[in-house]
Design a protein around this ligand. Structure first.
Ligand code: TRP
Length: 333
């Protein structure tokens, strides 16, 4: 039974704070997927350095993200949870895959173009190679499915292209992964500009609610969220993007359907509605934050999780890498 489960792979970069958008779109879904799939989750610190990082902060964010994963309900016993740089096979396979990837393909990637514009003083090779490293992540673990946001669709497509290309030149080696594009919460909007995705790195931090925000901050941010002049709590993303965004958030955090939420706020003003959204989010995050703090105080435990995760991940990754080395003609001892 255990062996028949499909393999699921995903990763998050340990940069900045996660927002409730990341929570809804990624981490909380992963928690639900754990029992269904054979899950492998990584903290992608090798991807993170494609833009300049402060070393002390990167180190701190790594543990903090690990503790957060566990606090949210990712069970290191049930899945493989590890840090990307602890498994050398990622860099090794990425190198091989580089020789099956065309420069033109990488130059056309939307995220590369966006990030090049944003970091014009540091358009490094790693930034351009980001998708190949991501392909290596996914292909090493023979992932069947990869849950990602729609912003990662192009990366998944190139992963599939590279896998198929390699398989066609040699013989079936890689599993060609399917994207699992999350519907709910896939696009939680910014509270101040709901048409934009809530981002870890938005210019105005008041539009994003972070998992690390305290209760007062959360309530204050929701109180300032933009709505409209209709005074009617209805789900209509076209015409009422602000209110619809808040309804989605309320729905996910309360576990009620959108219709149930609409009924609940029928006849209520936006003030009451926004306060209720803030409260439901704060109530849900409080125990997670407490648990995260508790875990962060136990560094030996977290180190143990990483050590165990790295060993289990490496074992799986090295099997694939060794197969690849054999096929391409690397002399093996
Ligand atoms: N690029 C992904 C993001 O920023 C993170 C990531 C790295 C990833 N490697 C991955 C996601 C492999 C899925 C699979 O969201």
């Amino acid at each position: 039974m255990q062996e028949e489960r499909k393999i699921l792979y995903s990763a998050v970069q340990p940069t900045n704070n996660l927002t409730i958008g990341n929570y809804i779109g990624a981490v909380s879904n992963w928690v639900n997927l754990q029992s269904q799939y054979d899950c492998v989750f990584a903290i992608a610190n090798m991807h993170a350095i494609t833009v300049r990082q402060n070393p002390a902060e990167l180190r701190k964010n790594t543990l903090s993200l690990l503790a957060l994963y566990i606090a949210c309900g990712i069970d290191p016993q049930k899945c493989v949870l590890y840090l990307q740089s602890h498994v050398p096979a990622h860099a090794e396979l990425a190198w091989v895959l580089n020789t099956f990837t065309y420069v033109g393909e990488m130059e056309r990637m939307t995220q590369f173009k966006d990030k090049s514009a944003k970091h014009a003083d540091n358009i490094n090779m790693g930034l351009m190679d980001y998708p190949v490293l991501m392909a290596a992540d996914i292909l090493l673990y023979r992932a069947d499915v990869v849950p990602v946001g729609v912003d990662q669709r192009q990366h998944l497509e190139i992963t599939r292209d590279i896998a198929v290309r390699f398989n066609n030149i040699y013989s079936p080696t890689f599993t060609v992964p399917e994207g699992l594009y999350m519907k709910v919460g896939a696009k939680i909007g910014d509270l101040l500009e709901p048409s934009k995705k809530m981002s870890k790195s938005a210019e105005n931090a008041n539009g994003s609610v972070f998992l690390s925000d305290d209760r007062d901050t959360i309530i204050r941010k929701f109180r300032r969220a933009v709505t409209d002049s209709e005074a009617c709590v209805k789900y209509d993303p076209e015409n009422k993007p602000g209110v619809s965004n808040l309804l989605s958030i309320y729905s996910v955090f309360s576990g009620q359907s959108i219709e149930e939420c609409e009924r609940r706020f029928e006849g209520k003003g936006y003030g009451d509605f926004k306060l209720a959204v803030g409260e439901v989010v704060a109530d849900k995050l409080a125990p997670i934050q407490t648990e995260q703090a508790k875990l962060l105080a136990d560094k030996a435990y977290l180190d143990g999780v990483l050590k165990d995760g790295a060993e289990r991940a490496a074992r799986r990754a090295n099997r694939t890498l060794s197969k690849v080395y054999k096929k391409i003609g690397f002399y093996q001892l």
